[in-house]
Design a protein around this ligand. Structure first.
Ligand SMILES: Cc1cc2nc3c(=O)[nH]c(=O)nc-3n(C[C@H](O)[C@H](O)[C@H](O)COP(=O)(O)O)c2cc1C
Length: 330
């Protein structure tokens, strides 16, 4: 009988399907439901760097009128009866660890390697199995170079790795001048996993009222191709784990990612659309496909269609339509 177990960030997962950081992972009730329906792990809703720094500064100012942060800050904070966002987050991690048995990955959304990184230790102390760092700097500052922006990734990873012993994953965007160089440098620095790729909020325009509006919040089922391409290109070149994300809505796109070499996938939009019970269906469909193909474990087909192993490695690097689709007609 096929089994769906996988290893991601050194953690044993019963299924490659991870509930991605989102509003679906911000309470104990939701986490229990996700586990009941077969999620292999859960990434908690992100805590934002600004929230951590704000709480730290407020507490420190209240206690010492000095805006610096010391490791003892959180010990003092425990004495405060008012529960702030940061302590709520730590309590969520602690409660999650007794409420569910699947791995719990805490998530921090940041744009710098500033003083928030001390908080990684608190996350570890609270019992999280791993930390996922969602890092993105929108390159709008014309006075900064690409290298300067990318240095933040290395600084954050280095600082957080120095603080904790639990695995650290980076959730990255595809928007880098040399993505493979960035990922391989992170890998050399012993990142435990890369999550490819984050999906961003994008503004849109309402042309009748001439206002800026919100773009589509949820992904569509065709959005997975970029993650698939890069998983296929990078999987054999890295020591760290890979989780595919964005636009993975079906068992077919999950299987494709594993064929490309992913250890796991992270799902948000389709769980918003279909509810956590959809994970049961996806697990069953992967299981049936494996039975049909004669695969007994994910390891037997993981990476079977990576760029190195594929029958058409050039296809992974083909980007222009011109030559390939010269005679394309509808
Ligand atoms: C409503 C919503 C809230 C999200 N909140 C977070 C978040 O707090 N932190 C984070 O790293 N990603 C967040 N994400 C991104 C998801 O974790 C995921 O990477 C992205 O939506 C792509 O996966 P999908 O196509 O399955 O939705 C959010 C996504 C959605 C749709």
């Amino acid at each position: 009988m096929p089994n769906l177990t996988t290893n991601y960030l050194g953690l044993d997962l019963s299924s490659p399907i991870i509930a991605a950081s989102s509003g679906l992972t911000d309470s104990i009730e939701k986490l229990i439901e996700l586990e009941v329906h077969g999620a292999g792990a859960i990434v908690l809703k992100s805590l934002f760097e600004e929230e951590i720094i704000m709480e730290m500064d407020e507490q420190m100012l209240a206690m010492t009128s000095r805006p610096y942060v010391y490791p003892e800050t959180f010990d003092y904070m425990d004495e405060d009866p008012k529960e702030d966002t940061v302590r709520k987050y730590l309590r969520l991690i602690q409660e999650a660890k007794s409420a569910v048995s699947i791995p719990i990955i805490a998530s921090i959304n940041c744009v710098s390697a500033q003083k928030w990184t001390y908080f990684a230790q608190e996350i570890e102390k609270a019992g999280a199995d791993a930390i996922e760092i969602n890092l993105f700097v929108l390159p709008t500052d014309m006075n900064r170079t690409g290298d300067e922006n990318e240095q933040i990734y290395y600084d954050v990873l280095k600082t957080v790795k120095e603080q904790v012993a639990i695995p650290v994953a980076l959730k990255i965007s595809p928007y880098h001048s040399n993505l493979s160089n960035l990922i391989s440098r992170l890998d050399e620095m012993a990142v435990d996993g890369v999550v490819m790729f984050n999906r961003f909020y994008s503004p849109d325009f309402d042309i009748n009222n001439l206002t800026v509006t919100s773009g589509q919040v949820l992904s569509s089922s065709d959005d997975y191709k970029n993650s698939l391409r890069w998983t296929g290109i990078m999987s054999e070149r890295l020591k760290c784990s890979i989780a595919g994300t964005t636009g993975i809505h079906t068992s077919e796109s999950i299987i494709k990612h594993i064929l490309a070499g992913a250890d796991a996938v992270q799902l948000a939009s389709i769980l918003y659309k279909n509810g956590p019970e959809y994970i049961d269906i996806l697990n069953k469909e992967i299981f049936s496909w494996m039975e049909k193909q004669g695969f007994k474990s994910l390891q037997e087909f993981k990476g079977k269609m990576s760029q190195n192993k594929s029958n058409d490695p050039a296809a992974f690097e083909r980007v222009q339509f011109m030559k390939q689709f010269r005679n394309f007609v509808m």
